[in-house]
Each structure stands twice: as C-alpha cells, then as structure tokens.
Design a protein around this ligand. Structure first.
Ligand SMILES: [Ca+2]
Length: 505
C-alpha cells in the first residue's frame, strides 16, 4: 500500500511538470521574478552578455530562464534545465561584480545543473555603488546568500521537489564569495570551490594601491610589462629544472632561489636588463610590503610573480575613494597604508574572508576545495597559503582539516587561468572536458560530498596555441614530481615550510 501510495505521489509530482516556466513570475516576499522565459532545446541560446566579463557559450539545453531581483537591488538569474540532475550550482563573480556569471552557467546547465548567479547587489553601471552601505554589505556576503535561498525556493517550485545538493564555484572575487559562504552561511552549499580567493582583500588592495602609487611617484623606476617578463623568464630558467623537467614551469617556488641583482644592466648594456632604479623597485615590490614605520605588513611575493603595471585599477580607486572616504574626489596621493587599511576594515568589516571559525560548515559534512595559481599577480599565493595554514591550526591540524577542506596549488598559473602551467581543470571559467572527477574539479567535489571520496590529484590540462599537455595538481602538502617518466603527487616538506608558523606540528 505504501509503495502504491508513493507511486501515486511520484506520478502527481511528475504531472506538476517542470516546464511551467512563466508560472514562476511574480513576487514572493523580497524576491521578485520579473521574467521567466522557456528556452527551447537546440537554439544555441546566448544572453546579452556585453556588460559582463563572463561571456556565455551557446547553450543547446532546454531550460527556464528566470530573471529577478531581491530586496529591489540584488539582481539574479537562475537557469533551470528541463533535464535536471537534482543539483544547484552557484556561479560567483569577481572584481567589483555588478554583472552575472553567464560563463559558468552556460558551461554547466547542459550537464543538468540548475545554476544561479547574482550581481552581488549593484549594477556595473552604478559608478559609485561603494558609497552605499547596503551595496557594500550585499557585496561582502549577503547577496550570494539571499540568491542561494531564492534559487532553492524557485527550483523546488519549478521541479516540485527540493534541490538535493548545492555547490558553488568561483574564482578571484568569486573565490572570496565561496569562502564567505563557508564561513558566514555554512548551510547554503554542500560544497564550495574557492579559486584565488584573496582571503584578505583589504590588505591585498593596500599592496596593489601602494605599488601602483610608487610607480607613479618614481616614473624612471616604474616597471613595464617587458621588465616583468624579463624577471619572470630569468627566474623560470633558474628554477624550472628543480621539479625534474625543463618545461617552463616551476612546480614549487618555495624551492626557488633567485638573485635579482643578476638583472642589473652592465655598463653599456641597454636591453634585457634593469637599470638600478628599476632593480630597486623590483626588490621593493617582491619584498614584504612595509608600513609607514617600516614594519612588514605581508610576506612578499613568491619568485617569478609579476605585477600589473600602470595606474590603480578602478576597483582599487572605488574602494578607497568611495568606500573608505566617501569622497569621489579623494586624492590618491594622500593614501596611507596603515590608516586606510584600518578604515576599510571598519567600513567593510565583512570584506575579509579569513575567518577560521568554520566548524559549522565541517560539522554539517560540507566540503571545500581551494585552489591557487602560484604565479597569481592579482590575488597572490602567499595569503591563500597563510589562510590554509591558519585553518589547519584552528581546526584540529592539517590532517583533520584535509577531511573537509583541501588546497590545490597550481604551478605556473596566473590569476584563475593563464600562465605557462596547465590551467584547465573544471574550475570557474574552465570549459569542462567531461564529467570526470579525475580532471574536473567540480565533479571531484561532487564525488567527495556525495560518495566520500576525497580528491588527492586532478589532471589539469593546458590548451593553447595548438599545444596541449597535462600535469597533475596535488592536494596540499603534496606537489607534482616527474619520476621515471610519470608525474606523481608526493608529500613535499618544502611546501610546509611556508605556513609552518601557523600549523600545529
Ligand atoms: Ca619544470
């Protein structure tokens, strides 16, 4: 009888039909669905993605496209595929947000994920959104949380059954959003992927602002893109062989020693070298950032990391002028490393994503994968390693932490992608090669959450200029080494050297 009843119920649920897309339109509390459009199969659908860095790929899957707003200011889109795999996927946005992540949505909706994205509470056209307290808080952590809640409710309504599992993927600011979910809203997602998350965005921003201003103040010492390339390739040539293969990739920069003085121009030498002022600038950029009294504020850059030349980015300017000083006319030359850091931490107290109090996330059985390019010029690798070490210290040690949170350092990768290393492994913005957890980080996370199989290595791929190769990326503290023609992930004591001060031994 019970079996018969459940069959009847199943039939009733099926008749409630995923497919009544337009029925989702309307308001429910603070959530307003402005438009719900059925997109048929096989149309190579693309949304208008001019405003966003996250360009869509053409979509052939049939889905219901939901466009809405929460609390009037938080824009979101939810794509509900007709062939649903029961899972929700949140797609994060980086930088100053204000746009949707159509890229990850379009890459994954065909795999059956219901996908949700939010502009994080403002539009890219709102030039001075950082002056608005609500917009700042929504950007820090609220928008992603509220969008997850709305997505779960709308998906349950559309499919007439609840979401079974939820995942979140993001890189850069999107990686920071992943960390905030883990730290502040631990029950939103069963698993998160945090790429290049910049756990201490205020301090990272002080570093970038300070050296951009230094370059403006000392134009003769300012380093060009070519200067950074010179430095990067000299370091790479020196340290490339340490991993057993000369392939243009330094697997573990912690083993790399490089004397920058080698780059100084010899008398009469005019190119492929640095003048004395430029060498001094290089040395100061790669060394720990100093405050006004000469004390170290961070731990400097790893060898071969390059830095973006030119004036401060618009996001940096907005952070100090609009958020910290509420003055669009703010004079950047008055920037104070300690003073402005203290101010931004006061004005945007949730911008940092370095809380180690994640026991609710772990206790719920949730899982996180962090990854970080060693050569990331934007959100540097050091702070990510520091944060992982601090997580281990405060959550029962490295072995215990590894049961719930793993870190994959990516050799030779820049910011989220790019660089000489293998940079495609199913993370945010990466075209998935398959649904194989051996080479797709999202599916590795799903297998970990749903089957308890923790990922130890993922085959990353490099596809560029007609060349293609693979390299494993390894769960910390292992790194890849070529051993009798095979790449293996092996425990690497040199990796532990960096965060050791923060690890329980
Ligand atoms: Ca190498």
């Amino acid at each position: 009888m019970a079996a018969l009843l459940s069959l009847v119920l199943a039939a009733t649920v099926a008749n409630a039909s995923p497919g009544d897309c337009s029925a989702l339109e309307g308001a429910s509390g603070d959530v307003v669905v402005e438009k719900a459009t059925a997109i048929p199969a096989g149309t190579k659908f693309k949304p208008d993605d001019k405003a966003t860095f996250y360009k869509s790929v053409p979509v052939d899957a049939a889905f219901c496209r939901v466009e809405g707003r929460i609390e009037g200011t938080i824009g979101f889109e939810l794509w509900l595929p007709m062939a649903w795999n029961g899972r929700l996927l949140g797609a994060g946005v980086g930088g100053d947000a204000g746009v949707f992540n159509y890229l990850d949505m379009s890459l994954r909706v065909g795999q059956g994920f219901a996908t949700i994205t939010t502009d994080s509470g403002h539009r890219v056209t709102d030039a001075h959104w950082m002056r608005v307290p609500k917009a700042r808080t929504d950007y820090e952590h609220r928008a992603v949380h509220l969008a997850a809640k709305a997505a779960k409710a709308l998906a349950a309504q559309f499919y007439a059954r609840p979401v079974e599992r939820s995942y979140f993927t993001g890189c850069s600011g999107g990686g920071r959003q992943s960390l905030k979910e883990m730290q502040v809203h631990p029950h939103d997602y069963d698993g998160v992927i945090a790429g290049a998350p910049g756990p201490n965005m205020p301090l990272q921003s002080v570093r970038m602002m300070w050296f951009a201003l230094e370059a403006q103040r000392k134009p003769a010492a300012a380093l060009s893109d070519a200067d950074w390339s010179l430095y990067e390739s000299a370091v790479t040539r020196t340290c490339d062989p340490l991993d057993g293969k000369v392939d243009g990739i330094v697997t573990n920069p912690l083993q790399c020693r490089f004397r920058t003085a080698r780059l100084l121009c010899k008398p009469g030498q005019g190119e492929s070298c640095l003048t004395a002022p430029k060498l001094a600038m290089l040395n100061s950029v790669i060394a720990p950032l100093r405050d006004e009294r000469g004390r170290a504020m961070d731990r400097g850059l790893f060898p071969a990391v390059r830095t973006r030349p030119g004036p401060p980015s618009p996001l940096l300017r907005a952070m100090w002028a609009d958020a910290a000083h509420d003055d669009p006319e703010w004079d950047a030359l008055t920037f104070s490393r300690t003073g402005d850091l203290a101010t931004i931490n006061r004005v945007m107290p949730q911008l940092r994503a370095d809380s180690t109090a994640i026991s609710p996330f772990i206790a719920a059985g949730h899982r996180a994968i962090m990854y970080q390019g060693w050569q990331d010029p934007s959100t540097n690798a050091g702070p990510t390693l520091d944060y992982y070490g601090a997580l281990a210290r405060d959550n029962g040690g490295l072995a215990k932490l590894s049961d719930a949170v793993r870190l994959f350092m990516v050799p030779g990768m820049y910011h989220c992608r790019g660089g000489p290393g293998a940079d495609t492994f199913g993370a945010s913005g990466h075209v998935p090669i398959s649904e194989n957890p051996e080479n797709d980080m999202l599916w590795a996370l799903i297998r970990w959450v749903e089957q308890g199989f923790a990922p130890a290595r993922i085959e990353a791929r490099k596809i560029a200029d007609g060349t293609s190769f693979t390299r494993p990326i390894c769960a910390f503290p292992a790194s890849a080494r070529l051993d009798r023609g095979e790449w293996t992930c092996r425990h690497d004591p040199a990796l532990l050297a960096w965060p050791s001060a923060r690890l329980k031994r």
